[in-house]
Design a protein around this ligand. Structure first.
Ligand SMILES: [Zn+2]
Ligand SMILES: [Zn+2]
Length: 240
């Protein structure tokens, strides 16, 4: 009801085509939603969620099989490919305060989390932390907002500030996979490890590229006793 009254005064226009949106609280119209490049649910590595050409069914990619490159998380899944309008919206949400996209993005995260993981086994949901410098500069952490909304939808506990980012590494963009791993090593710290001990955690982030940052975050959580770490991201980029 309140939503309907608000719509009369502030009609919601589609973030992509600018036409009015009739889906409640959403900012992407049904037509544009149909053109979003969603990641297929099947045919992906069951750990990192990457598609490997020529492989189908239930498989582990080479990186996830080898102990030297195996990620520390137990699974990672992304909703859309980081390209075109999907890319622009994720960046606008992250840097330009397009918070009105929260419900649409939570739809994507909820769908991918439910299709790839047993959400009833999740004990708590947490957002990928950003450094204090970035948080003060930006005034918010976009992944925390998404994590909180996802936790509410799947009816799981939301863990605030369980994991913090201590270092301020170089930007990951432009680095090779191995450099990315070294760049983020040791930059996470778990606050009150008892809150993660023995738990299955769902870690939420905006974009996954090689997965080095998610893996490092998972490594820190597991060092403090987390049992399983699953990751969901809005988008997946092959390279940035
Ligand atoms: Zn539209
Ligand atoms: Zn893999």
């Amino acid at each position: 009801m309140i939503g309907r009254i608000l719509d009369l005064f502030w009609p919601r226009n589609c973030e992509i085509c600018a036409r009015p949106v009739d889906r409640p609280a959403r900012h992407i119209c049904a037509d544009c939603l149909n053109r979003i490049p969603f990641v297929p649910v099947d045919g992906l590595c069951r750990c990192c969620g990457r598609a490997v050409e020529g492989l189908a069914g239930d498989y582990l990619c080479e990186d996830c099989r080898l102990p030297s490159t195996r990620p520390a998380f137990d699974g990672a899944a992304s909703a859309v490919r980081f390209e075109a309008e999907a890319r622009r919206m994720v960046l606008d949400y992250k840097f330009n305060r397009h918070f009105q996209l929260k419900e649409d993005f939570a739809d994507w995260l909820e769908a991918v989390a439910r299709s790839r993981f047993d959400v009833t086994a999740v004990d708590a949901v947490l957002g990928m932390p950003i450094t204090e410098v970035h948080r003060i500069d930006r005034g918010y952490n976009q992944s925390d907002y998404l994590a909180r909304e996802l936790a509410r939808r799947i009816e799981r506990l939301y863990l605030a500030r369980a994991l913090v980012r201590t270092g301020s590494p170089r930007r990951q963009a432009g680095l090779a996979e191995r450099e990315r791993r070294e760049n983020v090593a040791g930059t996470f710290e778990v606050v009150q490890p008892r809150r993660v001990r023995g738990r299955t955690l769902l870690l939420v982030d905006d974009v996954m590229t090689t997965g080095a940052t998610l893996s490092e975050a998972a490594r820190s959580l597991k060092k403090c006793g987390a049992w399983r770490v699953w990751c969901v991201t809005l988008a997946r980029s092959l390279r940035d």
